[in-house]
Design a protein around this ligand. Structure first.
Ligand code: ADP
Ligand code: 5GP
Length: 237
């Protein structure tokens, strides 16, 4: 049954087997227990996942919050697993599934992740469950992941669409990271180092379908929304 959902997003010739059944359910604390059956609520083949990436602090969460508020019936956030501790205001199962490192590693061993990566001192990953559950809901799955995850998604045969959110400048990115007030100096330094890599990687030909510079929030949001709704851009094939 699981495979049926994933095939909706996969290139027809190559299917990756889902390992969902082997994932320990105790780790999947955010996924509603009563998963809808595979019926008419399944998403269409056009309902391709959207992968959003960009340096930490560039404004991805801010933009996505608006997108989900404006289109609650259309888009749903792929809640990742992480070993990072929750920030004030973050909720388990909403922003992330917060798990211990041993539990995260057990989930890796059991093949529970479509992709995962180390970022700073922590691990982050997208579970098969998270993506499949959204497909069952008939909504478009939106992932917010860093560049190693983007590479793995690209290699996974999932036919996602890729959007990169860039800061207007490196100085402004640093201002935003500090202004957010969620990370200590050491962590900010690591995030800025990683930002340089992310910005360099984003120059790779064909890696992203669209780049939005988040300078003016209103303008950037309109561009993100249009991309997610598939408007204007002929970037889907
Ligand atoms: P990310 O999810 O990419 O790490 P956030 O959404 O947490 O980034 O944004 C980082 C900080 O930048 C937050 O304090 C947010 O309010 C601020 N921010 C986001 N977009 C803009 C913008 N266009 N102009 C100014 N500040 C912004
Ligand atoms: P933060 O700690 O600021 O929430 O996230 C740090 C970085 O991890 C961000 O760039 C974010 O996009 C990325 N991230 C969040 N979830 C995942 C995930 O499931 N997989 C990968 N590869 N990166 C993720």
């Amino acid at each position: 049954m699981t495979l049926i959902f994933l095939t909706r997003f996969l290139k027809p010739s190559k299917l990756i087997p889902s390992t969902t059944k082997r994932t320990p359910s105790r780790l999947l604390i955010s996924i509603p227990r009563s998963i809808p059956k595979a019926t008419t609520t399944m998403s269409s083949a056009e309902n391709r996942p959207i992968v959003i990436s960009g340096p930490s602090g560039t404004g991805k969460s801010t933009l996505l919050k608006r997108l989900f508020a404006a289109h609650p019936q259309k888009f749903m956030f792929s809640v990742s697993h992480t070993t990072r501790k929750p920030r004030p205001g973050e909720q388990d199962g909403v922003h992330y599934n917060y798990v211990s490192r041993p539990d995260f590693e057990a989930m890796i061993d059991k093949g529970g992740f479509i992709e995962y990566a180390k970022f700073g001192d922590n691990l982050y990953g997208t579970s098969y469950e998270a993506v499949e559950w959204i497909a069952r809901e008939g909504k478009t799955c939106v992932l917010d992941i860093e560049m190693e995850g983007v590479k793995q998604m690209r290699a996974s045969h999932l036919q996602a669409r890729y959007l990169f959110v860039a800061p207007p400048s490196f100085e402004e990115l640093e201002r935003r990271l500090r202004g957010r007030g969620t990370d200590g100096e050491v962590d900010i330094g690591k995030r800025l180092d990683r930002a340089k890599e992310e910005l360099e990687f984003a120059k790779t030909e064909g890696i992203h379908d669209k780049v939005v510079v988040n300078d003016d929030l209103e303008k950037a949001y309109k561009e993100v929304e249009a991309f997610c709704l598939g408007e204007k851009e002929k970037d889907q094939e």
